[in-house]
Design a protein around this ligand. Structure first.
Ligand SMILES: NC(=O)c1ccc[n+]([C@@H]2O[C@H](COP(=O)([O-])OP(=O)(O)OC[C@H]3O[C@@H](n4cnc5c(N)ncnc54)[C@H](OP(=O)(O)O)[C@@H]3O)[C@@H](O)[C@H]2O)c1
Length: 347
């Protein structure tokens, strides 16, 4: 199949937040499709979903329905990816998976379009899209790594509720309404505590007695894998904040070679996928509400850490549903086409 004829594309998790953006981006970026088939759970099968001029019927995942795809974009959680991504790959598709299920497997490339596109070469049918928080950080860090090396990172995230899925967005909304109307709050269902007008120093879960959360572990491990820096010292703290969309992060970077804030600003100004917004005296710095709906990663508050001569502090903001998930997935699909890597060797 060639780009001119268009590809047959499956979007798994098409009724979800990320899946919805994926469908929109396939159209917006004019990805060469011959046919798009949306997949979701049994609950949604048979319903229709808007795809520009057409309504598409949602398919269930079965051995029959997954046949004959060139590309499958997955965004339906780790369980679904664990079971169905290898089946799509076995049936001949190349899978771009948005869940955490395959990211740390040795033979699965973990790829950010602006950072390590060469990692796609030699994939075995499944390619992983990184965690949203990691994604935006490495886009900002790669130019610094190339110019001055990185010895150590200390990252703190302020993550939006849409990162947890539609149910979390609804939970913030209903709690906020109840607080404003001075009504009794509904019991939290998605988060362990009230999220409206609160900050939770817990993103995902504490597993097996670990005092870091699974999100923090992902951020540390995935950053090392994408940057190809297994010896990178990295520490992460992830917090959930009552923001609908757009993750913000404070990143402390210790470089190997000296790098001034001015040099860093100049480097990042020319970097692909990055927009520098850094005039704090005039109130100009990245904001989650401005980043929402955008594909770029925004960086500001670039300044010297007064406690260390080779450390800089940055404020990094990105749309978790777009660059943090759907945009990168579609960019990877585009790179797979450009590099003639669709439907290569299957797992
Ligand atoms: N949200 C983010 O910022 C973000 C960022 C990076 C990565 N991710 C990852 O992307 C995935 C989806 O996130 P989301 O925020 O879009 O979640 P979401 O809004 O809750 O959507 C989940 C999607 O998965 C489908 N699904 C659930 N169970 C299924 C099953 N058994 N078989 C087939 N489809 C099933 C749902 O279909 P129904 O409508 O039929 O239930 C829905 O389409 C997760 O793996 C998440 O970790 C999310």
């Amino acid at each position: 199949m060639s780009a001119a004829e268009g590809y047959r594309v499956a979007v798994v998790g098409a009724t979800g937040q990320v899946g919805g953006v994926m469908l929109r981006l396939l159209r917006e970026r004019a990805f060469p499709v011959r046919e798009v088939v949306p997949f979701a759970s049994e609950r949604s099968a048979g319903r229709t979903i808007d795809y520009g001029d057409a309504d598409l019927t949602i398919a269930p995942l079965t051995d029959e329905t997954i046949q004959g795809f060139d590309l499958a974009l997955f965004s339906a959680g780790s369980g679904v990816s664990g079971e169905w991504a290898p089946r799509f790959a076995d049936a001949g598709a190349t899978v771009v998976d948005n869940s955490s299920r395959w990211r740390m497997e040795e033979d699965v490339p973990l790829v950010v379009a602006e950072v390590n596109p060469e990692a796609l070469d030699g994939h075995r049918g499944i390619v992983a899209n990184p965690n949203c928080t990691t994604m935006q950080t490495v886009v900002a860090l790669k130019p610094i790594l190339d110019a001055a090396g990185i010895e150590r990172l200390v990252m703190s995230s302020y993550q939006a509720v849409s990162g947890t899925g539609q149910k979390a967005v609804d939970e913030l909304h209903s709690q906020a309404e109840a607080v404003i109307e001075a009504r009794e709050l509904p019991e939290p269902r998605v988060y362990p505590h009230q999220i409206a007008f609160n900050v939770l120093p817990q993103v995902e879960t504490f597993k097996d007695g670990d005092d870091y959360t699974t999100e923090e572990r992902k951020m540390m491990a995935e950053t090392r894998k994408i940057l190809g820096a297994s010896d990178l010292a990295v520490s992460a703290t992830c917090a959930r904040v009552p923001v609908y969309t757009g993750h913000s992060e404070s990143v402390n970077v210790q470089t190997r070679e000296p790098l001034s804030p001015e040099e860093c600003r100049e480097l990042l100004s020319g970097a692909p996928g990055v927009i520098v917004l850094d005039n704090p005296a005039d109130g100009i710095y990245p904001l989650a509400i401005d980043a929402a709906g955008r594909d770029e990663v925004f960086v500001g508050r670039i300044r010297r850490d007064p406690s260390h001569e080779r450390c800089l502090n940055l404020w990094v903001v990105g749309d978790n549903l777009r660059k943090g998930a759907a945009t990168n997935a579609v960019q990877l699909a585009e790179l797979l086409v450009q590099r003639n890597l669709l439907r290569s060797v299957t797992v």
